[in-house]
Design a protein around this ligand. Structure first.
Ligand SMILES: O=C[C@H](O)COP(=O)(O)O
Length: 263
C-alpha cells in the first residue's frame, strides 16, 4: 500500500515529441532526486508519457521513486488486437500506472462506461494502479456532480469487483468542462465531489489505500487553495514547465510536511 500523503501525477498527453519528453523527464527526475517532498516519501509522483516513449522515460526516472505509466491500455491481455497495448506488456516494461477513462478518450475515441470498466479491470489484474478518470460532462451544481461521479465510479469498478481484482486505485476527478480550460473548477466544487468519491471508495475494503486527486487546468497554487480537501493533483498543461512541478512539490511540503495526511 502507498504510504505517501499526496499524489502528484502528470499526463503529457500528445503534446511533446521525443526530445522534449526526454528533456522534461530528466529535469523532473533531477527535481525528484533532490526535493524533500519526494525523497521523504511524502509525495507519490507519477508521469504518463506517450506510449512509445515509456522505456526511455522509465530509464530517466529510474531510482527516483517516480512511477511511470501509460495513458491508456487494452482491456485484453494478449491476442489479435491490432494497435493495442496490453497491461501485461506495460507491467513487463516496468510501468506502475495506467490511466483509464480520460474524457478525451470518451469524447474523441468513443470509449463508454463498459470499455472503461474493462480497462480498469485489466489494469488491476496486471498489477497496475489505474488512474481512473471520472467527471461530469457539463457544469452542474457540486452536489449533482458528486452524485453523478459516485455513480460513475461504482460502475467503473464493477467489472474489477466481479473479476475479484483487488488493488488500490487513484481516482482522478476531472470535470470534463474544466479540462483544457483557463482555470480549474472552484475549490468548493472540487472539495464536494472529492469528499463524496472518498466516501464511496471507503466502502470498498479491497480498494484500501486508494486516493482521490483533482485534474482539469490544475497548476501551481491549487493545492494550497484546496488544503487537505484533495489527495493530490493530476496535471496536464500546467506541468509542462518543470519549475511549475517544483512549485507544486513546495506546496505539498508546506501543507503536509509537518506530518498531516491528506485524504
Ligand atoms: O490529464 C490531465 C487533465 O486532463 C488535465 O489537463 P489540463 O490541466 O491540461 O486541463
Amino acid at each position: 500500500m502507498d504510504a505517501s500523503a499526496v499524489t502528484v501525477g502528470v499526463s503529457l498527453k500528445m503534446y511533446f515529441g521525443q526530445a522534449r519528453t526526454l528533456d522534461w523527464s530528466r529535469r523532473v527526475a533531477d527535481l525528484a532526486r533532490t526535493h524533500q517532498a519526494v525523497t521523504s516519501g511524502l509525495v507519490e509522483m507519477f508521469a504518463l508519457p506517450a506510449t512509445p516513449l515509456i522505456p526511455p522515460v522509465l530509464a530517466a526516472f529510474a531510482g527516483t521513486g517516480v512511477g511511470v505509466g501509460a495513458q491508456d491500455l487494452s482491456w485484453a491481455d494478449s491476442g489479435a488486437y491490432t494497435g493495442e497495448t496490453s497491461g501485461t506488456l506495460l507491467r513487463e516494461l516496468g510501468c506502475r500506472y495506467a490511466e483509464v477513462g480520460h474524457a478525451e478518450r470518451r469524447r474523441l475515441f468513443g470509449e463508454d462506461d463498459q470499455v472503461v470498466a474493462a480497462k480498469t479491470a485489466a489494469a488491476l489484474r496486471n498489477g497496475l494502479t489505474p488512474v481512473l478518470c471520472v467527471g461530469e460532462p457539463d457544469r452542474v451544481s457540486p452536489a449533482e456532480a458528486a452524485r453523478r461521479c459516485v455513480t460513475e465510479l461504482g460502475g467503473l469498478l464493477a467489472a474489477a469487483d466481479q473479476d475479484g481484482a483487488p488493488g488500490r486505485v487513484v481516482v482522478a476527478y476531472e470535470p470534463h468542462w474544466a479540462i483544457g480550460a483557463p482555470e480549474p473548477a472552484s475549490t468548493d466544487h472540487i472539495a464536494t465531489v472529492c469528499a463524496a468519491l472518498r466516501e464511496r471508495l471507503a466502502e470498498d475494503a479491497c480498494r484500501a489505500g486508494s486516493r482521490v486527486i483533482y485534474g482539469g487546468s490544475a497548476g501551481p497554487g491549487l493545492l494550497t487553495d484546496l488544503g487537505t480537501e484533495v489527495g493530490g493533483l493530476f496535471l496536464g498543461r500546467f506541468a509542462h514547465d518543470p519549475d511549475a512541478v517544483a512549485a507544486i512539490l513546495d506546496e505539498a511540503l508546506a501543507l503536509h510536511g509537518a506530518g498531516a495526511r491528506a485524504r
